[in-house]
Design a protein around this ligand. Structure first.
Ligand SMILES: NC(=O)c1ccc[n+]([C@@H]2O[C@H](COP(=O)([O-])OP(=O)(O)OC[C@H]3O[C@@H](n4cnc5c(N)ncnc54)[C@H](OP(=O)(O)O)[C@@H]3O)[C@@H](O)[C@H]2O)c1
Length: 295
């Protein structure tokens, strides 16, 4: 389960992902290969796999799905199917933010917002594996969880203001609202970088994914304010919308099998309660991931 499913259901992503109804939601899957296409040669019937199927090929809230083999990876052997299903979208998001966009190096420091969420629980562990110093926000009840994942500084966002505690950071992984994004700029050192996964999308992103000139104009307008602030402060801003990528998922499998990263699964719902599961995710209180299990 991902918030992306409810956002697409509510029509929030129409500009970026113009799905035609009816279609099946669901962006993460773990399961067993039951059939392979004539040109597919990386997997065979019976293999245990997991994936974030590519945009426009989603639909994992189902018993079967056809997935391009380029989006698949072997399921980590040390995980259950439910644990494996919790990984792809958030794992790839963290990978594409920390490794691709930030190229984070040993000894650098990063502020990861909402460390107890789906993305946060993975990103903290990946950042620690890469040798970074990690600060995060969560409420007091989840403080032990994020510490157990390796967070070095834990800020209770309900009683403390991260802006007055953190300074001179290399990176911010922004996953919250505009106000939090703007405050985050003030904790960065000159030339520091914010990667935002909660918007606003920018023109560079529109170019990367080849969106139309019309959408580019909208994205320029949406990100105008933050781009101006970032320029004044000599910082960098990137919007990230994660993409399916079997090769990166392979690397994630290796990290999980080596015990460097573990899944954090909050609740598992039966398939019949898919709507309830999505409502729980929408509550914004999930500790790690929410999974649905198909019998
Ligand atoms: N662009 C992309 O490619 C991409 C990919 C993945 C996700 N996203 C987006 O990133 C955002 C986060 O996703 P997610 O799946 O990680 O969310 P999530 O799992 O639903 O996050 C829930 C967690 O956030 C914490 N939280 C809530 N409000 C907070 C605040 N103000 N400060 C700090 N922590 C807070 C909660 O802790 P408490 O219960 O302690 O409050 C809870 O543990 C969503 O908007 C999602 O759509 C974007």
């Amino acid at each position: 389960m991902n918030l992306l499913d409810s956002k697409i259901r509510d029509g929030e992503f129409k500009l970026l992902l113009p799905y035609k109804t009816p279609f099946v939601l669901g962006h993460d899957v773990a399961g067993i290969v039951t059939k392979v296409g004539p040109k597919a040669n990386k997997f065979k019937v019976g293999d245990e796999v997991y994936a974030r199927p590519a945009d426009f090929h989603i639909g994992t809230f189902a018993e079967y799905i056809a997935v391009d083999e380029r989006d698949l990876a072997p399921k980590p052997k040390n995980l259950t199917m439910e644990e494996a299903a919790s990984i792809p979208l958030v794992g790839l998001t963290a990978w594409q933010a920390l490794v691709e966009k930030m190229n984070i190096q040993k000894g650098q420091n990063i502020f990861i917002q909402a460390g107890s969420g789906g993305v946060g629980t993975f990103a903290i562990q990946l950042a620690k594996h890469l040798g970074a110093f990690v600060a995060t926000t969560t409420s007091a009840a989840n403080s032990d969880l994020v510490k157990s994942l390796g967070a070095d500084v834990v800020i209770d966002y309900k009683t403390q203001d991260f802006e007055t505690i953190l300074s001179d950071y290399d990176f911010v992984l922004n996953s919250q609202d505009t106000k939090t994004l703007e405050k985050s700029l003030n904790i960065l050192k000159p030339n520091g970088k914010v990667v935002s996964i909660s918007g606003p999308p920018d023109v560079e992103f529109a170019n990367e994914v080849g969106l139309s000139w019309f959408v580019k104009i909208i994205m320029r307008l949406l990100s105008f304010g933050i781009k101006e602030k970032v320029k004044k402060l000599h910082l960098n801003y990137n919007f990230l919308f994660m993409r399916a990528e079997g090769k990166q998922l392979n690397e994630i499998t290796a990290l999980i099998e080596a015990g460097k990263i573990r899944p954090i699964v909050d609740k598992i719902f039966p398939f019949e309660q898919t709507n309830e599961a999505l409502a729980y995710v929408e509550s914004g209180r999930a500790k790690g991931k929410v999974v649905i299990k198909v019998k």
